[in-house]
Design a protein around this ligand. Structure first.
Ligand code: FO1
Length: 316
């Protein structure tokens, strides 16, 4: 029986479906491959925003309003830093700070990002495999009207205001795919590969840019299914809709499906959106994709897996 699922995810939306999948599947039936293109060094610390969004979502620690960081957070460190005239454009809550300090300490003693992530997951009671896309540095860069910007400079410091023209993933050509991630994609009992409703340009594309990962997905016999991050012409959170418009693309789930067209066999659009024009090799499914509650996450996880199951055996 084919029963392993691999999910690719980035920030907040992706973390929500990843959480739904962990509740729908036994822990050893799921591997999560997480974007690390947003990682950067700040205040001497190694910050991995997407790994943290996923870990906090799975551990029930995520802040439901901000989407990033921990809930019931306190900000004493930030206030003290501000008082000293320090750099405060990137907000680090007190509890969240512990994650970055501990990650940085372990990396400095020579542990890999995968090993550190596994330890952090164990400490937070997370049983599923949370795998950084690579242990090597890959850094997302954004080409804007103001030239090339580092990702967090664009995303947080400039609040996604510069219009985007292109993206680059520095280091992706030579970065080695995380070995367990690659092995999971090569399993012959793979039930589905799920592309979570993460930003296609800056959360999923960096994963696909890592040498070997896109090829492994294409070579897999399992159905590949993506879930829309766009509902009714809007992104629930983040700049996906703004980016689509700035790149001259239609702001719709269908446009995201076209972006993934060479990779997917299935695409889940929102139940309230019109069915897109047919796309060669891609079957569209409808589901309620807005995830307000934990039940919504689980429902979407089951709907996505069921849709993928109908596609089994359809790959050439
Ligand atoms: N996003 C913000 O918009 N402002 C912040 O100050 C901020 C701080 C932050 C700290 C830790 C962390 O793990 C994430 C944080 N994020 C913040 C979110 C993050 O930069 C982005 O959501 C992701 O990189 C995009 O997926």
């Amino acid at each position: 029986m084919s029963d392993h699922v691999v999910a690719l995810c980035g920030g907040v939306g992706g973390a929500k479906l990843a959480h739904g999948l962990t509740l729908a599947l036994p822990p050893d039936a799921l591997s999560l491959i997480v974007n690390t293109g947003d990682d950067f060094r700040h205040l001497g610390l190694h910050i991995s925003p997407d790994l943290d969004s996923v870990m906090y979502a799975l551990a029930g620690l995520a802040d439901p309003v901000r989407g990033w960081g921990r809930r019931e957070e306190t900000w004493t460190f930030m206030q003290a830093l501000k008082g000293l005239g320090g750099d405060t454009w990137f907000q680090l809550g007190d509890g969240d700070l512990a994650t970055h300090v501990e990650r940085t300490r372990r990396l400095a003693q020579g542990d890999s990002l995968s090993a550190v992530t596994a330890e952090l997951c164990r400490a937070l009671g997370i049983a599923v495999r949370v795998l950084p896309m690579s242990d090597d540095a890959v850094r997302t860069r954004v080409l804007s009207g103001d030239g090339w910007l580092d990702f967090q400079e664009y995303f947080v410091h400039r609040q996604c205001q510069p219009a985007v023209r292109d993206f680059a993933f520095a280091g992706a050509d030579t970065a080695r795919a995380q070995p367990e991630a690659l092995a999971a994609l090569h399993r012959d009992d793979l039930r589905a590969i799920v592309i979570c409703p993460s930003n296609p340009f800056v959360s999923v594309d960096p994963i696909l840019a890592v040498a070997g990962l896109r090829a492994a997905i294409r070579a897999s016999g399992a159905p590949v299914i993506a879930v829309t991050p766009i509902i009714g012409g809007k992104a629930i959170k983040g700049p996906a809709a703004k980016m689509l418009a700035e790149l001259g693309l239609e702001v719709s789930g269908a446009a995201v499906a076209r972006h993934y067209a060479d990779l997917i066999q299935g695409f889940v659009i929102d139940a309230l959106d019109p069915l897109p024009e047919p796309l060669r090799g891609v079957t569209f499914f409808r589901a309620a994709t807005l995830m307000r509650t934990t039940e919504d996450r689980v429902r979407l996880a089951y709907a996505t897996l069921q849709a993928a199951d109908t596609l089994r055996g359809t790959r050439a």
